[in-house]
Every structure is written in C-alpha cells, then in structure tokens.
Write a protein that binds this ligand. Structure first.
Ligand code: AMP
Length: 149
C-alpha cells in the first residue's frame, strides 16, 4: 500500500538510514516534516529515536518500485545518503530530473562526481572536504596548495 502524503505539505524522503540519514530523519521530523526513510538493512532503523513517527521502508533505494512506494513523486525534500556514491547520484538525479523535487541533497565521498550534478538543483555534501576544513580549523595549519578534495 502507498503512503498517502497528498494532504501534507512538507515531506522528506531519505534514502539510507545510517549515521547521517537517521540523524537527519529525526531532525527533519522535529522540524515538522513527514519523513519516509528507506534502508536496505532492516537493522538500520534501530538508529532512529524511539519516538520517531515517520514511515520506514526496508528495501533497495535504487529500485524504482521501492522509490515509488516511498511516494518520492510527491515529496518536497529528498536526501540520498546511502554509503554508495553511485546509488546516491542516481537517486538524486531521479528526484531532481524526473520528479522535479524542490530540494535534493546528497552525500558523496568522491568530489570528482561534482560535475554530474552540474545544471541540476542537487546540493552535495562532501565529508572529505568538510574534514579538511575542520582539520585546518583545529590544527591552525592553513593549507596553501590546491587539494584533490
Ligand atoms: P552510513 O554510512 O552510516 O550513513 O550508512 C549508510 C546506510 O545506507 C546504511 O544503513 C546502509 O544499509 C544504507 N544503504 C546502502 N545501500 C543502500 C541502498 N541501495 N538502499 C537503501 N539503503 C542503502
């Protein structure tokens, strides 16, 4: 059965309920979003807070039927935060290009994939880049040369 979200305004679909996805699921719910979280591993949902009231779908988020069950076609915010860059790019592109979702975010380990997101509304988070910035901050060493991240 499909999750009926038609009457709701703010709906977030999150692919990947790992450390990042589960935290964002709980935070977005506390911000008033209806949250639908997808993970291939049923144990991943244990990371959600006990009082999480969102909808959980166990399945492969790269599977079109799983995405449609999540009502991706009607959400306002999509997060592609599995631990697989290929899957994250694919889900984010489907959300942006096919379903025209207003806000699409992803997490990518490989910054060289940034070019795939050109000319889309997808915003990416690069943990390696953030770590480098944090290292500069806590070490007080200002990096001069260009960096691969
Ligand atoms: P983390 O790296 O801790 O943010 O966890 C990433 C999460 O993504 C894990 O819970 C994985 O089970 C989940 N994951 C990986 N591949 C898929 C997939 N194809 N569909 C749904 N969830 C996935």
């Amino acid at each position: 059965m499909m999750w009926n979200i038609r009457e709701h305004k703010k709906t977030a679909v999150i692919a990947g309920c790992g450390r990042l996805g589960s935290s964002l699921a709980c935070l977005l719910e506390s911000e008033g979003y209806d949250v639908i979280v997808i993970d291939v591993n049923p144990n991943a949902f244990q990371r959600l807070e006990e009082n999480f009231g969102g909808f959980q779908i166990q399945g492969d988020a790269s599977d079109w039927t799983v995405l449609e069950r999540s009502s991706i076609q009607e959400c306002t915010l999509l997060l592609a935060v599995t631990n697989d860059d290929n899957i994250n790019c694919m889900i984010a592109l489907i959300g942006s290009v096919i379903y025209h979702i207003d806000q699409v975010y992803t997490r990518l380990q490989d910054p060289s994939r940034e070019c795939l997101l050109d000319a889309t509304n997808i915003k990416a988070i690069y943990p390696a880049r953030l770590s480098l910035q944090e290292f500069e901050k806590i070490s007080h060493i200002k990096m001069k040369g260009s960096s691969v991240v």
